[in-house]
Write a protein that binds this ligand. Structure first.
Ligand SMILES: C[S@@+](CC[C@H](N)C(=O)[O-])C[C@H]1O[C@@H](n2cnc3c(N)ncnc32)[C@H](O)[C@@H]1O
Length: 256
């Protein structure tokens, strides 16, 4: 299927070319140690939202929905939203969710302008995404994520970082040849934590790193400051996500 002009301009397909998208799940599993790092992301989100009855979790650039599905399986009472700029990969996410009878809200949208009101989520996650964005795109996405998460909420980012040894250096060179040198330069230089700090995220820490076939992958955690605001008040004001997502950009399943 042909993508619209807007889509072509604003998002990079998961494997760089749209015709490769159906192979995404196969292509990513081993080289990125997907099972291992996504299991850890789910563990950490579970711990972060442990006090909340029905946490709201957003997966930005969710791709074929693997992480969103894992989150929903571990946290059945959570409202899980998966957003991606590619309608083709979202269709695949949606059919996986149907097969597993998982109730996830899929939203077609772009990271630089997330179609949600301020403070809509308790946690925002994203994996294998930032290295596709230009330096300006990374800042915009991190700023938008901060806007849509509630004060005190959590960000978890899994992506490539400064190679930890000579083997990882060589491996990341391969990733850069595939994904481009401009967008991956900040990752090689270890500049992602500083960029998160620049746009206002607090308590930024690298929680884990893994050696993968494509370089050093790290799990970065950050928190949105402002302990004085009560989550229940915010949710009371914000209403249900389904009512507030901007309609023209959504293609979600019927939300609860
Ligand atoms: C390498 S895939 C990662 C998918 C998933 N997060 C994972 O861990 O498997 C990158 C995804 O980012 C999406 N994408 C690229 N640019 C985007 C943008 N600006 N806004 C939203 N999604 C975008 C692509 O459609 C693709 O699904």
């Amino acid at each position: 299927m042909l993508h619209s002009t807007v889509e072509r301009e604003r998002f990079v397909p998961a494997l760089a070319h749209s015709w490769l998208t159906p192979l995404y799940d196969l292509a990513v599993a081993l080289p990125t140690r997907e099972r291992v790092f996504k299991r850890e992301m789910v563990n950490q989100i579970e711990a972060a939202v442990a006090e909340l009855g029905e946490p709201r979790i957003l997966d930005v650039a969710c791709g074929s929905g693997t992480l969103a599905l894992r989150l929903k399986a571990r946290l059945p009472s959570a409202h899980v939203v998966g957003l991606d700029g590619d309608s083709a990969i979202l269709r695949s996410a949606r059919s996986k969710a149907r097969r597993r009878q998982a109730e996830i809200h899929w939203v077609h949208g772009l990271s630089h302008s997330l179609p949600f009101p301020d403070h809509s989520f308790d946690a925002v996650v994203s994996s294998l995404f930032f290295h596709h964005l230009s330096p300006a795109g990374k800042r915009q996405a991190a700023t938008e994520m901060s806007r849509v998460v509630r004060p005190g909420g959590t960000l978890l980012l899994a992506d490539f970082d400064r190679p930890r040894n000579v083997w990882m250096n060589a491996a990341f060179l391969l990733a850069q040849m595939i994904d481009g040198f401009t967008n991956t330069a900040d990752h090689r230089a270890g500049r992602i934590p500083g960029m998160l700090s620049d746009v206002g995220w607090k308590q930024i820490e690298i929680r884990r790193d893994w050696n993968t076939w494509l370089g050093t992958l790290t799990l970065l955690a950050a928190r949105k400051d402002s302990p004085l605001v009560d989550r229940r008040t915010l949710h009371g004001c914000g209403g249900d996500l389904a009512d507030t997502a901007r309609e023209p950009e959504t293609m979600g399943d019927t939300p609860r």
